[in-house]
Design a binder for this molecule. Sequence first.
Ligand code: HEC
Length: 148
Amino acid sequence: MRRSGRIALFAWVLLLAGSLLFVTLRQPAAGPWRVPPEAARRVNPEPDTAPVRAAGRELYREHCKRCHGESGRGDGPDAVRGSVRMPDFTNLERMTEQSDGELFYKITVGRRPMPGYRRRLTESQRWQLVRFLRTLAAAPTQSAEPRP
Ligand code: HEC
């Protein structure tokens, strides 16, 4: 191959790699967060009582507040800015359309940059957190009917 041919090829490869990198970085971090239907259908085994919600609040303060904020608006000191939008737990509509099982699943597996809590918290602690999250919306929300 002639020298100019090699240079042209090299330029092409560079351009291609560059645009691939650009596309990857530009991609929104995440599309809709899909929860497997069997996970969404799970029913919260923790009773909806004041002590359970209080336990959830303690866990929230310890593990979640730094990102999700005291009131759940997504305005904690470590809240993630940029391509990932912090969810707003006070958003009645958003909270009403999710089942307890969906929230539990998301807390369990996490999604970058949010860590998963499968190992950090017990199952019942994660369900207690779900009970607490439901107190943050303007009016307390209830689990959505699991989708068929
Ligand atoms: C490092 C910051 C960070 C921490 C700590 C964190 N989260 Fe998150 N959380 C996020 C981000 C960012 C998202 C959005 C993720 C996405 O949509 O891809 C999120 C999403 C969620 C969602 C999904 C909300 C929805 O409507 O889809 C729930 C539920 C949740 N977090 C609960 C918790 C709980 C409970 C804790 C503590 C045990 C916690 N998070 C700790 C950053 C964090």
